[in-house]
Design a protein around this ligand. Structure first.
Ligand code: ADP
Length: 542
C-alpha cells in the first residue's frame, strides 16, 4: 500500500522560492570585479533570477542545454545559477584558473550553448573563442561595456537582459531527477571528468549540509563561501544558504588573507568555508592586522588534508571551531564532516585536538566502507587502524560520469574514491593519502599527508609537499619539497631533525629540496604530479 502524503519534486527553484518568501529581506553582500560592494537580498535575487530565466528563454535556450559560467562568487553569478537550473537547463561552472587547452576541452566536452562571464575573463575567452564553436551566446555579468563590445561584438550584457523582463514567472515543475548542474573534476589525477548532478541530489545534499552534525547552518548565520562556485558548486553552499535563508557574503575575486579578514569583520561573518591554503593566509593576515575574527565561530576546511596546526591556531587564538570535511566532485561534495558526539565532551584537550584532526563522520544519506588495497573484494576492519580503499554510496553520490566513461562504480554499486583511509568504530574517517600519492618504501606505506602536516607546523616552513622518489634499494623513499617562510634560513638538517619523536625514523624523508614556490592547481591544491616529474629521480643520482 502506498502512503497518502503529498508528493512534491525536490527542485532547486523551491530553495529560492523559500528564501524569497520567508527570508526576503535577508542581506546578500557581493564584491564585484570592479571593486564595488553590492548589497542585495533574497527577494531581489529571486526576482532577478526569474527575469533572467525569461531572458534566457527569449534567446531560444532550451531545457537540458548546458549553460557555462566563468565567474567569481558574486551576486549576478548566483542569480544566473538559479535562473539556469530553475529553468531546467544545466549550469556548468568552469574553473577559470585552468589552462586554455583544458578550458576548450571542457567547454566542447559539455557542448555548452551559452557562456556567462565576469569581464576579467574576457581575455581568456578571446584566446579560445575560435575553438568553442558550440557557444552561441556570450553574456557578460555586468552592465553594457563598450570596451567589451570592441573585442567581442556579439556580447550580451546581464543587466540589459534583466531590464527587458519583469519577474512575473513561475518556475517549471520538473522531474526531480532532471540534470541541474555539471562540474568537472580539477584533474589532479588525469583528464577532467564531468559529474552531472540532479535537482534531487542537490536538494538532499543541501539539507544534509545544514544539519547540526554537518555545518549547523541556520537563518542566524552570515556565511562566507571562499570556496569558489566553480569548485564543486562552492561545496553546495549557495543552495544551503537559500534553504536556510542565512545571510551570504560573496567575496568576488580577492581571496587574499587581508581582503577576507576585512569581509569577516565588516559583515560579522559567522561561518566561512575554504581549502587549507586559504586559512593559512587568512591566519597570517589576521595576526598582522590584529583582528580576533570575533564573529566567526566555525570555519570549514576541505579539498585537501588540513594541517593540524591550522585547526589548533583557530581554536586556541580565535576560539573558532575548524570543521574538517572530506569530499570530492563526485560526492557533491560532502562525504564527512567533523562534529563531535556527546560522549566526546569528556575528552581532554589533547584528545579533543586529535579527534578534530579527523575528516569526520558521514551525515545521514551517505555510507562509507573500506576495501583491501590488494584484494578489492575483501572488506577492511573499521578499527581506526587498518587502512583500505575508501568507497562511498549515497543520495548525492555519482552513478555515472557525464560521458559514461570511465565506469564510475564497482560491480556491487559503490564509488571507489581513490583515497586510502582508516575509519574508527564511531565512523570517524582519517584520509591517509590519495592512492597515487602514497609512498611505498620496501613493503611499507608512508603517508605523504602525515609528513606534510608535520613540516608545515614548523614556523619557518611556508609550504611542504612529500613525494615518492625512486630509490634503488627501497623502490620509493619520501623526499620533502619545501618553500621556506621569507627571511628563513632553515637548513635541510634542521627540517629533518624536526621529525624526531614525531614519526618512526624509517618514515623520515631521505632528502629535503628547497624551492621558491609550489604550484597550486585551480582548486588550490599542490600539483604533486609535476613535483614527482621534476624531483622523482633525486635519490638515484645522489
Ligand atoms: P580532483 O580529484 O580533481 O582533485 P576534487 O576536488 O574532487 O578534485 O578532489 C577530491 C579529493 O581531494 C579527494 O579524493 C581527496 O583525496 C582530497 N580531499 C578532499 N578533502 C580532503 C580532506 N579533508 N583531507 C584530505 N584529502 C581531501
Amino acid at each position: 500500500m502506498l502512503g497518502k502524503m503529498m508528493y512534491q519534486p525536490l527542485l532547486i527553484s523551491s530553495l529560492m522560492e523559500h528564501a524569497a518568501r520567508y527570508h526576503g529581506d535577508t542581506v546578500v553582500i557581493s564584491k564585484e570585479v570592479d571593486g564595488q560592494t553590492s548589497h542585495s537580498d533574497w527577494s531581489t535575487i529571486s526576482n532577478n533570477s526569474k527575469r533572467l530565466a525569461k531572458a534566457l528563454a527569449t534567446l531560444g535556450l532550451k531545457p537540458s542545454e548546458r549553460i557555462a559560467t566563468l565567474a567569481w562568487n558574486n551576486r549576478r553569478h548566483l542569480e544566473a545559477w538559479y535562473a539556469v537550473s530553475g529553468s531546467g537547463m544545466i549550469c556548468h561552472t568552469i574553473n577559470p584558473r585552468l589552462f586554455p587547452e583544458q578550458l576548450t576541452f571542457i567547454i566542447n566536452d559539455a557542448e555548452d550553448r551559452a557562456l556567462f562571464f565576469d569581464v576579467t575573463f574576457l581575455p581568456l575567452i578571446m584566446a579560445i573563442k575560435d575553438q568553442i564553436k558550440n557557444v552561441k551566446h556570450f553574456i557578460c555579468l555586468g552592465d553594457r561595456d563598450d570596451k567589451v563590445l570592441a573585442q567581442l561584438p556579439e556580447t550580451l550584457f546581464f543587466d540589459e537582459l534583466l531590464v527587458e523582463q519583469d519577474a512575473d514567472f513561475e518556475w517549471p515543475e520538473l522531474d526531480e531527477t532532471t540534470a541541474s548542474s555539471l562540474c568537472y573534476t580539477s584533474g589532479t589525477t588525469g583528464n577532467p571528468k564531468g559529474i552531472l548532478y540532479t535537482h534531487r541530489s542537490t536538494v538532499l545534499h543541501s539539507m544534509a549540509l545544514c544539519m547540526p552534525d554537518a555545518l549547523d547552518l541556520s537563518a542566524r548565520d552570515v556565511m562566507l563561501p571562499v570556496v569558489p562556485m566553480f569548485h564543486v558548486n562552492a561545496w553546495g553552499t549557495p543552495y544551503a544558504a537559500a534553504l536556510t535563508g542565512c545571510s551570504l557574503v560573496l567575496p568576488g575575486p580577492n581571496l587574499d588573507g587581508d581582503s577576507l579578514v576585512t569581509l569577516i569583520d565588516d559583515y560579522q561573518v559567522t561561518a566561512a568555508l575554504g581549502v587549507p591554503t586559504i586559512w593559512q593566509s587568512l591566519l597570517a593576515a589576521a595576526n598582522a592586522k590584529g583582528s580576533k575574527l570575533a564573529s566567526m565561530n566555525r570555519n570549514v576546511v576541505g579539498g585537501a588534508a588540513c594541517p593540524p596546526s591550522i585547526i589548533k591556531t583557530f581554536k586556541d587564538d580565535y576560539n573558532c571551531d575548524t570543521l574538517h570535511a572530506w569530499g570530492m566532485t563526485e560526492t557533491s561534495p560532502i562525504g564527512t564532516v567533523n562534529q563531535i558526539k556527546s560522549k566526546h565532551n569528556a575528552l581532554s584537550s589533547d584528545e579533543m585536538e586529535k579527534l578534530r584532526q579527523s575528516q569526520g563522520r558521514p551525515p545521514y544519506g551517505v555510507k562509507l566502507r573500506l576495501m583491501d588495497t590488494d584484494n578489492p573484494l575483501e572488506p577492511v576492519a573499521e578499527d581506526g587502524e587498518s587502512q583500505g580503499r575508501l568507497q562511498i554510496q549515497g543520495h548525492w553520490i555519482i552513478n555515472d560520469y557525464y560521458t559514461h566513461k570511465p565506469d564510475a562504480l564497482t560491480e556491487d554499486g559503490w564509488f571507489d574514491t581513490g583515497d586510502i583511509a582508516t575509519i574508527d568504530g564511531d565512523g570517524y574517517l582519517n584520509i591517509r593519502d590519495r592512492s597515487k600519492d602514497l609512498i611505498k618504501s620496501g613493503g611499507e606505506w608512508i603517508s605523504s599527508v602525515e609528513l606534510e602536516n608535520i613540516a608545515v607546523a614548523h614556523p619557518q616552513i611556508k609550504m611542504a609537499a612529500a613525494i615518492a622518489a625512486s630509490h634503488e634499494k627501497w623502490g620509493e623513499r619520501p623526499v620533502l619539497i619545501v618553500v621556506k617562510e621569507p627571511e628563513s634560513n632553515i637548513t635541510e638538517e634542521q627540517v629533518l631533525e624536526y621529525y624526531d619523536d614525531k614519526i618512526a625514523s624509517w618514515q623520515v624523508p631521505n632528502k629535503v629540496v628547497f624551492v621558491d614556490n609550489i604550484q597550486l592547481n585551480g582548486a588550490g591544491k599542490m600539483v604533486k604530479k609535476d613535483l614527482r616529474d621534476t624531483h622523482g629521480d633525486v635519490l638515484l643520482h645522489a
